[in-house]
Design a protein around this ligand. Sequence first.
Ligand code: FAD
Length: 429
Amino acid sequence: MSSVDSRNYYYASTPVAAPYAPLRGEVRADVCVIGGGISGLSAALHLRERGYKVVLLEAEHLGFGGSGRSGGQSIFGYACEMSTLEKAVGGADARRMWDVACEGLELQRQLISRHRIDCSYVPGHMVVGMKERHDDALRDEVRHLADKYDYHSLRFIEREELRTLVASDRYTSALYDSNGGHLHPYRFTRGLGAAAAAAGVAIHEDSWVTKLDVAKGAGDDNVIHTAQGSVRARHLLVAGGALLGRLVPELARKLIAIGTYIVATQPLGEERARALIRNNAAVADMNWILDYFRVLDDTRLLFGGRVSYSGIDPLDSSRVLRKRIARVFPQLDDARIEYSWGGYLDITTNRAPHFGRLGPNAYFIQGLSGHGMVISGIAGKLVSEAIAGTAERFDMYSRIKHVNFPGGPWLRRPALVLAMLWFRLLDLL
Ligand SMILES: Cc1cc2nc3c(=O)[nH]c(=O)nc-3n(C[C@H](O)[C@H](O)[C@H](O)COP(=O)(O)OP(=O)(O)OC[C@H]3O[C@@H](n4cnc5c(N)ncnc54)[C@H](O)[C@@H]3O)c2cc1C
């Protein structure tokens, strides 16, 4: 299904319970959810808690998509700037969207504690700058988000102090968020799955949805087909992220799936690992094609970066990321890379989230654009509210206008190559 390598995949060393059985035969439900990532699982869990009969279909296994293979960074806001949302929906609704994103950070922590999910959550996130322009932008961001959005957990960090926190000469300033953090994304996703199953959601793995009959009328059922069965459900949520492919062509046209890559080093030992990031925050730089990293609880450095528009040999990816690590932490030149994997991001043209409806009772969540560890959870909760009859928060996102990705299906890759060159150029400048 995916050409991005997932064989040498650190998180998958996590032991998991027995697989959930594939869907067989015809079943009925109130709600059918497509996608066993955080979006789908959060929606399923919240709907079940409201008393709905829910069936969730996952093509591979829970956490197979971005949710289970991400950098694990829990970051405030959206992938796009707030100014993009202000232009799209006006100041008042942009403010409500900001509040939803903040609620998402809180929800993530609540889900972890309420369902006792063992996913090594660590508070603290830093965005680091590398040049004067970045320093000014970060300083402004702290002020802007405090004044306009009442967000007060950010602190600007000057170069000298940053040097005591991150053992690298590369960075000139940082924005520290005590409200952000990082976690083991695969264990979080699987934990959410276990909570949903315990609450009574019928989960089916290895159940690739091949065809949808979306209901036209509010009183009709949606019918969802897999190779071996079907689900007839009044409500439907499509939450297939970057891996949905062309199942719903009108959704596919709004996205481009970009490959992105991560490596994990050998265990570095407590002292050496902790010396890299003294406050143990997750770190992401300000480039378009950014480096992001954190120290894992087994003292490895997890380091992500580079993107591509096609599948990439994991060995090549590992070689490139080793060079990027050396630029940040030259002191790690003897550290072995033990894991290297990738995944796809579901990017929209404006990087704003793409939520909406395919029919009166058929919802979709997509386009989290590489910034979905937090938004996916709250987006699932918004769908549960909408299905239960309070759709205002979900529906405000459908007012964000999304254009088709330029070039149509066949010209997209060349268009993306050009876009990538442009982003690289921006980073160099
Ligand atoms: C390498 C990588 C690093 C990332 N790092 C970060 C980070 O540090 N911080 C951050 O905020 N975000 C990060 N992201 C983005 C984040 O992981 C995603 O935005 C988020 O997990 C999306 O969740 P989701 O549930 O919407 O989709 P997914 O997690 O992709 O789940 C969708 C699921 O749907 C299934 N599916 C698709 N089609 C079908 C079908 N036809 N039938 C049945 N099932 C189907 C897929 O198999 C998949 O399991 C990263 C992503 C990647 C790939």
